[in-house]
Write a protein of this length. Structure first.
Length: 152
């Protein structure tokens, strides 16, 4: 099976770094895109952030270019580590453009047409996605998690 290309919105922040670490060597996903604020866009990841986790910055992303958080160049599946103050608009822009957004933000968590997923417990809640697409007239989707960074 060929890995699915994924991106991380808010990749230069602490939660984004946890997502990056979690995705390193993942059997299903290949991290190919990092999005962050305008002040980080266009820079190499190593120049745009200070790695704050205990291990070293993965060499596979050190020289990756950071993009603005706009959907045009992003893969169809993105994990969002965006701060709640900016997440709503950006995540909705990605969903409108046909992307699947797995959000760590609280912003969409209580919306009745946005599934809050704990994969081992309620994967069936993904069945809400067609309702979300119809209600919001978009081809993508937003799925939320219960706000715990991925464990490594």
């Amino acid at each position: 099976m060929r890995p699915i290309e994924v991106g991380v919105l808010g990749g230069t922040g602490m939660v984004g770094q946890h997502f990056i670490r979690f995705l390193q060597g993942h059997p299903w996903f290949k991290l190919t895109w990092l999005g962050a604020s305008d002040r980080s866009a266009g820079k190499k990841f190593s120049d745009a952030t200070q790695w704050r986790l205990d291990d070293e910055m993965p060499s596979s992303i050190r020289d990756s270019v950071v993009y603005e958080c706009h959907p045009k160049s992003a893969p169809k599946l993105v994990f969002s580590a965006m701060d709640a103050s900016v997440a709503t608009e950006i995540e909705q822009e990605f969903a409108r453009a046909g992307h699947i957004v797995v959000s760590n933000s609280r912003n969409h968590r209580m919306a009745p047409d946005v599934p809050l997923i704990v994969p081992e417990i309620n994967p069936g809640h993904l069945s809400v996605i067609p309702v979300q697409r119809k209600n919001r007239n978009w081809q993508g989707a937003i799925v939320t998690n219960p706000n715990s960074p991925p464990s490594c």
